[in-house]
Design a protein around this ligand. Structure first.
Ligand SMILES: O=C(O)CCC(=O)C(=O)O
Ligand SMILES: [Fe+2]
Length: 225
C-alpha cells in the first residue's frame, strides 16, 4: 500500500487531479489497488499506441514520433470505464449513440457481451465488432483525420445494449495535450495540396465537442476551412 501511495503522489498534480476526478468521483469505493491497475494498463498501452500511430503515419512522411510530435499525437491518455446494464427492451434505447471519438486513436477493450457497431462505408450499414479474446479494437478518431488532412477517416460507432447481459468496455483515448495547436501536419501535405482544416487550440476543440455532443454529430465542421 505504501508503494502505491508513493506512486500516486509522485504523479504531477494535474495528473493526480484527473485520476481523482475520473476514478474516485465516479467510483467512490474504488481502492488504490484499482487505480494502480489502471496506471499499469496505461503504462502497458502507451508504447502500443505509439507503435500503432507510427505504423499509421509511416506512409504520410512521419517516420518517428519524436519529442516534438509526441505532445500532438499522444500528449494525453484518458481511460474511461463504461458499464451498460441490461435493458429488457433494447430496441427502445442505445448504450452509446452514434459518434466519432475526438481522439487520435482509441484502444478499446470490450468484454464478450458484444454490442459495438461501426458504420460501414456503403450507405447506412452498421457492422458488428465481434469481441475476440485477447484483442483490442482500434478506432481512428477525429484528431487523426484532421492531422492527416482526411487521409485517415474517423470511424462512426455506437453501442447497442443487451436484453439480459450487462456489458463493460474500457476505451483508452490517445489525444493531443490540451494546450497543443491542432491542424493538418505540413509534412503530410503533398506538393500544392491545400489543407482542408484550419489550426485551432485543442482545448477549444473539446469545448466545441462537448457542446455539440448531445446532437451526436461530429466536430469536424469546427475545423473546416
Ligand atoms: O463501449 C464501447 O464499446 C464504445 C464506447 C465508446 O464508443 C466511447 O466511450 O467513446
Ligand atoms: Fe467512442
Amino acid at each position: 500500500m505504501e508503494t502505491l501511495l508513493v506512486k500516486f503522489f509522485t504523479l504531477t498534480l494535474n495528473y493526480r487531479a484527473i485520476k481523482f476526478h475520473t476514478l474516485l468521483t465516479k467510483f467512490p469505493t474504488l481502492s488504490l489497488v484499482y487505480i494502480y491497475q489502471v496506471l499499469e494498463y496505461q503504462k502497458w498501452a502507451k508504447p502500443l499506441a505509439k507503435k500503432l500511430l507510427e505504423v499509421l503515419l509511416k506512409g504520410l512522411n512521419v517516420n518517428e514520433i519524436d519529442e516534438s510530435l509526441e505532445p500532438l499525437l499522444m500528449g494525453t491518455v484518458n481511460i474511461n470505464m463504461n458499464y451498460y446494464p441490461p435493458c429488457p427492451n433494447p430496441s427502445i434505447t442505445m448504450g452509446a449513440r452514434r459518434h466519432c471519438d475526438g481522439s487520435c486513436i482509441t484502444l478499446l477493450f470490450q468484454d464478450y457481451t458484444g454490442g459495438l457497431y461501426v458504420r460501414g462505408t456503403k450507405g447506412d450499414n452498421w457492422i458488428h465488432v465481434n469481441p475476440i479474446k485477447g484483442a483490442l479494437a482500434v478506432n481512428i478518431g477525429e484528431l487523426l483525420q484532421i492531422m492527416s488532412n482526411d487521409r485517415y477517416k474517423s470511424i462512426e460507432h455506437c453501442v447497442a445494449v443487451d436484453s439480459s447481459r450487462a456489458r463493460i468496455s474500457i476505451p483508452l483515448f490517445v489525444n493531443a495535450s490540451l494546450d497543443s495547436v491542432i491542424g493538418p501536419f505540413p509534412q503530410m501535405l503533398k506538393d500544392g495540396e491545400k489543407p482542408v482544416y484550419k489550426h485551432v487550440l485543442h482545448s477549444d476543440y473539446w469545448d466545441y465537442f462537448y457542446r455539440k455532443r448531445p446532437s451526436g454529430k461530429g466536430s469536424l465542421d469546427f475545423f473546416k476551412i
